[in-house]
Ligand binder design. Structure first.
Ligand code: EPZ
Length: 418
């Protein structure tokens, strides 16, 4: 199994071009099956979550072309079934995004319950209750969801909580339903607005994304489009924190500062200098930063849960004590024991982590347990004294394209070894 070998202590200097957001490309790929025309997505990162999503789409009859410039073209003129095989669905939670588009396109879908994962149960009750309110018949048996949308109709739906995936799924499930479907208590993440823009360019009539009320007016059909999804705010945030931890001077290019303003606001309180100009963010950091008193993960535009472990890594070497509260997922502290192997002083009680900053972490052999936790261990290794070995980096490959190359180009001593 591949691992990263890191020798900590080098400052980071240089610039990074940020590619399209994983959490936008995945629902947009699912939305490609809403039209028989060809659809092209541009500037997509080469990461395994996208590779696995494409495998699932090929399995239901899509023809996919992918070049080494990040362009992905999907032709779903011949999708022949609405069934996602269990083995593939288990591999990728985002297969659940295919339910809405499949029900809209072929009026049926058979998909296995997506697995939970390292950060929590990841239920889909809000997806299912919303689909049922659209008069979609859903049979749950033997771990499969067998859905029939032949009698689906527009409806007024209130989501129990602002779930990103459920908001996206219900938008795609109602795009052809005659009349107006109104979704309330929607997620407001930038990826939702990206999906609305993409679908409207294809001929849909959707409004309200970014607010808690989204209105979908049914249309007859959608046409093909070429589209560049929004940049990845979590990738940008991860490398911003890397620079903050390593006395860096790093420029992120092709980003939307507004999408990570909650992180920028927090870091500005730690003596890290951050400058935003159009689609660039420059981070300048020198020496040990001040701890942040408290960080609460919240729904957008609050502090993102996907940046929690990266921020925790920074707090382990900041000056002072920090309290982090994870309000979105129930078990997003699985990386804490690994940080402790490096000398971090962290106490976890339920959803709260108390972090007492130490002057320096020590290199150690650690294991990635999930995508963002794995990336955060790399950040800790970059700042630590000595050698850190991060194992099970397939977790990181799910969302970070060639992380070691990106960091080595900034001056980090990191290599990937199998
Ligand atoms: C999306 O997951 C992202 N993934 C996650 O990013 C991100 O952490 C999450 O949104 C929150 O921002 C993609 O977009 C592919 P949710 P999603 O539904 O849609 C509960 C990463 O690292 N919930 O907004 O699955 C759920 O348990 C990943 O890139 C229900 O209870 O998240 C959680 O506590 C990790 N019932 C909360 O809502 C449901 O039916 C938010 O989940 C659905 C969700």
């Amino acid at each position: 199994m591949s691992r990263y070998i890191i020798e900590g202590g080098n400052p980071l200097e240089g610039s990074i071009d940020v590619k399209a957001a994983k959490n936008s490309v995945l629902p947009l790929l699912a939305a490609c099956i809403l039209t028989e025309d060809k659809v092209t997505l541009r500037n997509c990162p080469d990461i395994s979550d996208i590779t696995n999503m494409l495998k699932i789409m090929i399995n239901i009859g899509c023809v996919v072309e992918r070049d080494d410039m990040g362009n992905i073209t999907v032709d779903s003129s011949d999708i022949y079934c609405g069934e996602v095989p269990c083995v593939l669905a288990k591999e990728l939670r985002s297969s659940i995004f295919l339910m809405g588009p499949m029900l809209s396109r072929v009026k049926k879908a058979k998909i296995s319950y997506p697995g939970g994962c390292e950060i929590g149960m990841r239920p889909i009750d809000i997806h299912l209750s919303g689909l049922r309110e659209l008069n979609i018949d859903i049979n749950e048996e033997y771990g499969y969801l067998d859905c029939d949308a032949s009698k689906a109709e527009a409806a007024q739906i209130v989501l129990d909580l602002p779930s990103v995936g459920a908001t996206e799924n219900l938008m795609m499930a109602s795009v052809f339903l005659e009349g107006k479907t109104v979704l309330r208590n929607c997620a407001k993440e930038p990826e939702i607005a990206d999906l609305q823009n993409f679908l409207n360019l294809m001929g849909a009539k959707i409004s309200g994304a970014g607010s808690s009320v989204i209105v979908i007016e049914g249309v007859k059909k959608l046409h093909g489009v070429e589209y560049t999804p929004i940049p990845d705010r979590i990738i940008a945030g991860t490398y911003i924190i890397a620079a903050a931890m390593c006395s860096g001077n790093v420029e992120l290019r092709g980003v939307v500062p507004e999408h990570i303003y909650s992180l920028i606001a927090k870091l500005s309180k730690t003596a890290c200098k951050i400058y935003c100009k159009n689609d660039k963010i420059i981070v300048k950091s020198k020496g040990r930063l001040r701890s942040l008193d408290r960080i609460d993960t919240m729904y957008y535009p609050g502090f993102p849960t996907d940046m929690q472990t990266q921020m925790l890594a920074l707090q382990t070497i900041s000056k002072g004590t920090s309290v982090i509260v994870e309000n979105i997922f129930e078990t997003r502290y699985k990386t804490v024991p690994e940080f402790k192997k490096m000398g971090a002083d962290i106490t976890v009680r339920d959803r709260t982590a108390i972090v007492r900053g130490v002057s320096r972490l020590k290199g150690a052999e650690v294991c990635a347990t999930d995508l963002r936790g794995g990336a955060s261990l790399v950040l800790a290794g970059l700042a630590a004294e000595g050698i850190t070995e991060v194992k099970d980096i397939y977790h990181i490959d799910r969302g970070y394209e060639d992380m070691s190359r990106v960091l080595a180009e900034l001056g980090a001593k990191i290599e990937r070894s199998s």
